[in-house]
Design a protein around this ligand. Structure first.
Ligand code: GLU
Length: 374
């Protein structure tokens, strides 16, 4: 196996944990021993300087038993009640096991909208960045209590991929109850073979291996895992699927245990810049002076002081075109301020933002991570 497919090469890892691994379906209790072993793996990642983010399922599985709801499909409001009851218990379990390793857990519940709508996207991204910077371990789940059917992800595989893309993680681990992608349904065909690596993109051949529905995996199914892989690869993030049933699944991946790696062509940084440069429709322009132009070209962020004019109407998080005074387009970026606020602070020092706006926003008008130069 090449060194690139080692977990130890990761800097920022999102780990998705499926409910079948975590929760006893009969009793609705958390598998404590398993979680304690996982906490040891997470502590080992942290000791190597890796940042970890957990996306955990299981809130509904825990809550429905606690509330003594019937077996079978729940009504939407019943799953919401179950999630509200279960999430607090789940978070408590994570908090306890990680506290043994001096790790702080921070619960973040997201809805699809948080990664689709740009203003909320920027806010969620900033919160997660800040938590990671402060050394906390974000524990993420879908906000099932408020998410109605139209805005629900419904599966945490894709949610984890979106979260990973949002924070430019380099590796996504899906801990499931299957070793990875098989060339045929292993429950129907004895000779089915595990595919160790999928690189570049998800071809029609690979797609057909997943079957059509929740074929051979209990939770989201292989189909949603491939959708997660597509999102991950598009964001320049590696993804690995493995069976997390036995203790220490992360150690097992590192030691070359059975799994499927999905490896992208781009890095998270280049993929994000490509997304900013190509996929978003700009709604305004920010005109900068020569000093700012030089700063941007040397890899710095755009500060309000270097901005000479704003045109168009945009909200915080919207894409804008960055131009020089003589009208030349030098790049595109996501503005940290609305056009109104940007007009108020342009030409001023960062230290004056709070006095001018009445709140303390970001230091930069466009952060360098949110800027794609031509
Ligand atoms: N958000 C759901 C829960 O925590 C799980 C979704 C999934 O299993 O993918 O119960």
């Amino acid at each position: 196996m090449s060194t690139i497919n080692k977990l130890s090469a990761a800097k920022r890892i999102v780990i998705k944990i499926g409910s079948t691994l975590l929760v006893d379906p009969e009793r609705g209790t958390v598998h404590r021993k398993w979680l304690e072993a996982l906490a040891e793996d997470l502590a080992a990642c942290r000791a190597q300087g890796q940042q970890v983010v957990i996306v955990s399922s299981g809130a509904i599985a825990v809550g429905r038993r606690h509330l003594e709801l019937p077996d079978g499909k729940l009504r939407l409001e019943e799953s919401q009640a179950a999630a509200a009851t279960g999430m607090i218990r789940l978070a408590h379990a994570y908090q306890e096991v990680l506290a043994h390793h001096d790790m702080t857990v921070a619960q973040v519940l997201v809805t699809l909208d948080d990664s689709e709508s740009r203003r909320r996207y920027l806010n969620a991204r900033n919160t997660l960045e800040t938590l990671l910077k402060l050394g906390a371990v974000p524990l993420i789940n879908e906000n099932d209590t408020v998410a109605t059917d139209e805005i629900r992800f419904g599966d945490n595989d894709r949610l984890a991929a979106r979260v990973g893309a949002m924070i430019s993680a380099d590796t996504l681990v899906l801990l499931s109850n299957i070793d990875g992608l098989y060339d045929r349904d292993p429950r129907q065909f004895e000779g089915a073979k595990l595919v160790p690596v999928v690189s570049g993109d998800i071809s029609a051949d690979i797609q057909s291996m997943a079957g059509t529905s929740k074929s051979y995996d209990g939770s989201g199914g292989m189909v949603t895992k491939l959708e997660a892989a597509r999102i991950a690869m598009g964001a320049g993030m590696r993804m690995v699927i493995t069976d997390g049933t036995s203790p220490h699944p992360l150690r097992r991946i590192e030691n070359g245990g059975p799994c499927t790696w999905f490896t992208p062509d781009a890095t998270p940084k280049t993929a994000r810049k490509r997304w900013i440069a190509g996929a978003l429709k700009p709604s305004g322009e920010i005109i900068v002076d020569d000093g700012a132009l030089k700063a941007l070209q040397s890899g710095k962020s755009l500060l309000p002081a270097g901005v000479v004019r704003i045109s168009g109407r945009f909200e915080r998080g919207d894409a804008v075109v960055v131009k020089t005074n003589d009208g030349r387009e030098i790049g595109r970026g996501l503005s940290a301020y609305s056009s109104d606020d940007a007009s108020r602070i342009m030409g001023n020092k960062t230290s004056e933002i709070e006095t001018l706006l009445g709140y303390r926003g970001r230091d930069e008008m466009i952060h360098r991570d949110d800027l794609a130069l031509n």
